[in-house]
Design a protein around this ligand. Structure first.
Ligand code: NAD
Length: 485
């Protein structure tokens, strides 16, 4: 019998599901059991061509609709997503392995927020009037054209919506390629957008590995590329896009610092460290994986952290009592296990976890290392799994310098009751998305993105509009034209 997660076909192009079984099969493995639950096929060159041609053909008419009309469709899609949240959350859990306890509140709902927010903004995207005596300049905010979205595997519904909603609100069309590890959810987003009234061809989904992504990025019809992925992939995609002067948004990896001062509320700081390391089994780009704890409270912090980490409910992701699920796939589990071994070998003190769980599926124990030093591999490289490094520090000046000593700059957090210090420290940290006495909140109203190697551009908020549109300025002369001859 066909598993309920099996999509109708692999791709969604020009308003309909499309199949081409000549493409390389991509098995969809449920991370909690290791069982294959579905198969899709990578896009063949013919499918890539069909998707790009549909996106290109549909864009101009879409941009000519009023912003209010476009926004209404996006908001209708948000309503449909909310109405089907349970069904979509179950699919997200099949796609990623993340527990239903999380997916019910963080995935389809977050996608719906983006569609509602950008749907609401669509009607108010205007230029400005710049008076120049009798003459004037006016500006128009125009769509970029055909955009390509490429997703990572940790938030397949959210990423499709975070890219699709602002792109479409601005009058662009999109071809979206989900990660080959989680191909299911973006198809549902496309289906629902069309159910909500989206004209055929405005949002298309094609499957495939990096080579399909590369084919999309290098196509001359494409005006903008928005990637969520790792820094090495980001460098390749940015370079390929630059060859044709395409616009880019790069949402990449991190090794973000979370700084806990002596005066912090310990339980809040421990809660922040848990949210910033173990949510989605640690597969979150903005995670605060370097937890700097001031020496005075270090042992107290570690004791409370170990106690609360012991309360994680590891098990069947479809059971709403489960609070900690498996890694997305076997490969990622093995990468993370490799880092855990390096942590042990390089002399970090294991506080809890440190091994695979003795059960089917790709489960790892939530792992905490203490006495981690800045030069250890686990403190320098993005692990993308449930491995927290706790480092000690003495002074504010020292911790800020150490926190900034990384190629990454996605997020940063500080826990302290001293508000002057909190703002000063955040002001000195090199990161794009920051938190004071909290960690990893990502409301659609707030800009999200990194500095340094962690990215270019911003998602969410009004900032995202700037990255999916461009300004045309028009000089209007009321009098005669003066010329030298
Ligand atoms: P990845 O870089 O391996 O792949 C990302 C996507 O790029 C996939 O869809 C992949 O098929 C595609 N791709 C690979 N090579 C390509 C190429 N040459 N041209 C075009 N596309 C190509 O990343 P991943 O393993 O799927 O995801 C984990 C990474 O994503 C982590 O580094 C994480 O920090 C990052 N991430 C960042 C954010 C953010 O918003 N900043 C969010 C989630 C994940």
């Amino acid at each position: 019998m066909t598993h309920p997660a099996q999509p109708k076909a692999s791709h969604f192009i020009n308003g309909a599901y499309v199949e081409d079984t000549a493409g390389t099969p991509i098995p969809v493995i449920y991370a909690a059991t290791g069982d294959q639950i579905a198969t899709v096929h990578a896009a063949t060159p013919a499918i890539v061509e069909q998707a790009l041609a549909s996106g290109k053909a549909a864009q101009k008419a879409w941009a000519k609709m009023s912003g209010t009309e476009r926004g209404r469709i996006l908001r209708r899609a948000a309503d449909i997503i909310r109405a089907r949240n349970h069904e979509l959350s179950v699919l997200e859990t099949y796609d990623t392995g993340k527990p239903l306890q999380e997916t019910l509140v963080a995935d389809a709902t977050s996608g719906a927020d983006a569609l509602e927010y950008f749907g609401g903004l669509a009607g108010s995207l205007t230029g400005e009037h710049i008076p120049l005596g009798e003459d004037w300049v006016y500006t128009m905010r125009e769509a970029l054209g055909l955009c390509v979205g490429i997703g990572a595997w940790n938030y397949p519904t959210q990423i499709a919506c975070w890219k699709g909603a602002p792109a479409l609100a601005c009058g662009n069309s999109m071809v979206f390629k989900p990660s080959e590890a989680t191909p299911l959810c973006a198809l549902k987003v496309a289906e629902i957008l069309h159910e909500a009234g989206l004209p055929a061809g405005v949002f298309n989904v094609v499957q495939g590995m990096g080579e399909v992504g590369a084919a999309l990025v290098t196509d001359p019809r494409v005006d903008k590329v928005s990637l969520t992925g790792s820094v090495p992939t980001g460098k390749k995609v940015y370079a390929a896009a630059a060859a044709d002067m395409k616009h880019v948004t790069m949402e990449l990896g991190g090794k973000s610092p979370m700084i806990v001062f002596d005066d912090a509320d310990i339980d809040n700081a421990v809660g922040g460290a848990i949210n910033g390391n173990f949510y989605s089994s640690g597969q979150v780009c903005s995670n605060g994986t370097r937890v700097f704890v001031q020496k005075g409270i270090k042992e107290k912090f570690l004791a409370r952290l170990a106690e609360r980490t012991g309360n994680a409910v590891i098990g069947d992701p479809m059971d709403e009592a489960t609070s900690f699920g498996p890694m997305v796939n076997e490969n990622q589990m093995n990468i993370v296990l490799g880092y855990i071994e390096k942590g042990k070998a390089e002399g970090a003190r294991l506080i809890c976890g440190g091994a695979r769980c003795d059960m089917p599926g790709w489960y790892l124990q939530p792992t905490v290392f203490a006495d981690v030093t800045d030069d250890m591999t686990i403190a320098r490289e993005e692990i993308f799994g449930p491995v927290m490094s706790v480092l000690d520090f003495d002074s504010e000046e020292e911790v800020v310098a150490r926190a900034n000593d990384t190629e990454f700059g996605l997020s940063a957090g500080v826990f302290t009751k001293d508000f002057t210090r909190a703002h000063r420290v955040i002001g000195n940290l090199e990161a794009g998305s920051c938190f004071i006495n909290s960690y990893n909140d990502a409301p659609v109203e707030a800009p999200f993105g990194g500095v340094k190697a962690s990215g270019v551009g911003r998602e969410n908020s009004k900032e995202a509009i700037k990255h999916f549109s461009q300004v045309k300025s028009v000089y209007v002369r009321m009098g005669d034209v003066e010329a030298a001859f």
